[in-house]
Design a protein around this ligand. Structure first.
Ligand code: ADP
Ligand code: ZN
Length: 665
């Protein structure tokens, strides 16, 4: 055909038609990278479709064909779906789907995978004898692999129940049937059991697609996968694009992890895209977690997903005993309570290890009453209010509701406690003062800026090179340290009162996951959870290992308040250097989408400033769209995009759409 539709990696949501010169006709096929003239200069793009005719007769000729097809029909369809669903330019999705990105091939950061090389060189490990529960789960998945049908499966297994071994068996079954397996892990899980075991079990038939690999290595694995020379690809969320011509099974480990959502540039959810990919290919997908997302739990409850459970730890090991330490009874500002200090000293004396967890990533000040524990929250949104300093007020970051803030609790007139501040570094200093003999390793973003540093810390701790591993959420994820008998959650409330409807869910997941690091060896584990909200559902449920109870109550609340999984959301984010201009644009945008919102019965919350009101010199305002179906929310988001394409949007203000946002801050 004489014409080709080309997708370009530019922020314009359309493809462009070019004439195919006769000399290139043989090589121009869907999926092929090409060079085309665009606004007077050459650009690289991907041919997505051939066309017989052109509406205009001044169609420009395509410049050059840059290689053979990079995308097969299936990956073109998948990226097309993503472009439609996430309201992104197809060309940008295609660019993101390449190892290092299409034009992104140029902005690759060369990095070596030094940490993983020794693992690669390890001898192949033999499978373990499965427990009866593991066997049941593995059989069910193996059967699904053989059945050639879309089969989403939630593998709900407590921490230490041996989910990895089930994935390994399922992947082996897929391989034996001549198929490939894609295993997705959260970005943070680079030192995890899953990555290590797949590497040990599948040797040179497994390839990693992780951002910590150099581009050269990533491209090599990508090529191997494409040629069918790999049985398994393990990678972070962007590995969902891996070219796997014989894909028969997808595994998403720790499916609840927020890290699967990319919230910059191309905003997409790796897990949800994986589910879509499995559906398009009619293959099974296993979503594994000890603390599944409420979305997946709801899908299992509605029988959209099959549910497999591993209710016990392997080898008769017990789940750790979890104790709550009420921070309101400790000295103000105490990071390490008396019981936790005693427990740490005790572990040191016995030569056992401890993990301390402090997730300090909140950027806004929220408050809580020291006396009654009351957390001021929005009457419209049931979300914690954020304390602003000038003017001093409480503000709801969902709807903009504001109320005056004094120094005392609006309920009991007690003194208000500002919850902010102390991070892992301060804990490190406090540990040095309290337990000078303890060898402490820190695992957080600051301590692990260097590539491979995180894996280095994890390896050192696993080898017994320290008594205490202190860190942020990086210590909560998939790590398996048999000698750890104590886990301390220093402040379970960090995430609890964030102005986000998922605050309780995140807290439950984090506390449960980090608690799950204790007692994985022969000796039983103990967990201490420091909190000023010991009566909060998330804390009580995590303490009791009660996922079912937590999910039941939380789902009821979500239904009442109209949040996912009972509704769909999208945020419209406006940013710009001039505060007034951004605010004005936000108001104009709200007006512009009102009609579409009424037609689609979509609720528009806001406009409101983001808690991070200014980021990198740009002011941020947002609107939250809430509707009963994705299609309805899309309709309003489309109206917003249409508005953004007009002159009504000041050119200095940018708009971004986030479909299914994971953080509604
Ligand atoms: P999960 O991911 O469910 O938290 P893992 O897959 O990390 O659990 O397994 C926890 C530990 O149990 C690991 O050390 C693993 O090697 C071990 N394990 C798993 N299955 C078995 C089994 N069938 N027999 C003995 N040990 C097992
Ligand atoms: Zn509100």
């Amino acid at each position: 055909m004489p014409f080709a539709q080309v997708a370009l990696p530019i922020p314009i949501r359309q493809t462009f038609l070019y004439r195919v010169p006769d000399a290139l006709a043989d090589r121009v096929r869907p999926g092929v990278p090409v060079q085309v003239p665009f606004r007077g200069r050459p650009r690289r793009g991907i041919v997505v479709e051939l066309a017989a005719t052109a509406a205009r007769d001044d169609t420009q000729p395509l410049g050059a064909v840059l290689g053979t097809a990079l995308f097969d029909e299936h990956l073109l369809a998948l990226t097309r779906w993503m472009a439609d669903y996430y309201l992104a330019p197809w060309g940008e999705v295609l660019a993101a789907a390449l190892p290092g990105g299409a034009e992104g091939l140029a902005r690759s950061r060369a990095r070596r995978a030094a940490v993983e090389d020794p693992v690669m060189a390890m001898p192949l490990a033999r499978p373990l004898t499965l427990t009866p529960e593991q066997r049941g789960a593995a059989r069910a998945i193996e059967q699904a692999v053989r059945s050639h049908a879309f089969a989403p499966i939630l593998l709900q297994g407590v921490t230490g129940s041996g989910k990895t071994e089930v994935y390994l068996r399922a992947a082996a079954a897929a391989r034996d049937a001549g198929g490939q397996t894609l295993v997705l892990v959260p970005e943070v899980a680079l030192g995890s059991q899953v990555v290590r075991e797949f590497t040990r079990r599948f040797g040179n038939r497994v390839g990693l697609l992780h951002s910590y690999l150099g581009t050269g290595e990533r491209r090599r694995n990508w090529e191997l996968a494409r040629r069918g020379a790999l049985d398994v690809v393990v990678g972070a969320r962007s590995a969902v694009f891996a070219p796997l011509p014989a894909l028969r099974l997808i595994v998403v480990d720790e499916e609840h992890e927020p890290a699967y959502k990319q919230s910059e540039q191309l905003r997409y959810h790796g897990r949800d895209t994986a589910v879509r990919r499995a559906q398009m290919l009619a293959i099974p997908i296993v979503l594994g977690s000890a603390t599944p997302s409420l979305e997946s739990l709801a899908n299992a409850a509605r029988r959209k997903y099959a549910r497999l459970t591993l209710p016990r730890r392997v080898d008769g090991r017990q789940l750790p005993v979890v104790r709550v330490v009420d921070l309101r009874r400790e000295a103000a500002g105490a990071l390490l309570s008396r019981p936790l200090r005693a427990a740490l000293a005790d572990r040191l004396a016995r030569g056992e290890q401890a993990v301390l967890f402090l997730n300090r990533r909140g950027h806004s000040h929220h408050v809580q009453c020291r006396e009654c524990g009351h957390v001021p929250s929005c009457p419209h949104c049931e979300i914690a209010l954020t304390l602003h300093v000038s003017p001093r007020s409480f503000l709801c970051h969902y709807c903009g509701h504001t109320e005056p803030a004094g120094g005392e609790c609006p309920k009991c007139h007690g003194a208000l406690l500002r919850l902010s501040g102390a991070g892992t570094q301060r804990v490190e200093r406090e540990l040095a003062a309290l337990l000078p003999k303890a060898r402490v390793l820190r695992l957080d973003a600051d301590a692990t800026r260097e590539r491979g540093a995180a894996a280095g810390v994890i390896t050192a701790f696993a080898r017994g090179g320290a008594d205490i591993l202190l860190g942020t959420q990086m210590v909560a994820k998939g790590l398996d340290f048999p000698r750890v008998t104590l886990v301390g959650v220093l402040d379970a409330d960090v995430a609890l009162h964030l102005p986000d409807f998922r605050a309780a869910e995140r807290t439950f997941q984090l506390v449960t996951q980090v608690a799950g690091r204790a007692g994985r060896g022969d000796r039983p584990g103990e967990v201490m959870v420091q909190t000023a909200s010991p009566d909060h559902l998330a804390i009580i449920a995590a303490t009791a290992h009660d996922l079912t109870g937590f999910a039941r109550t939380e789902l009821l609340e979500r239904r009442e308040a109209g949040y996912p999984p009972f509704t769909r959301l999208a945020t419209l984010l406006l940013t710009g250097a001039d505060a007034d201009q951004v605010e004005g644009a936000a108001t104009a945008l709200a007006d512009a989408v009102r009609e579409a919102a009424e037609r689609a019965s979509v609720e528009v919350l806001g406009p409101a400033p983001q808690p991070l009101a200014k980021l990198r010199g740009r002011w941020r305002w947002h609107l939250l769209l809430k509707g009963t179906t994705a299609a309805r929310v899309h309709e309003v988001a489309q109206a917003a995009l249409a508005w953004a394409a007009t002159k009504e949007r000041p050119s200095a203000v940018q708009m971004q759409v986030d479909v299914d946002p994971t953080e509604v801050l």
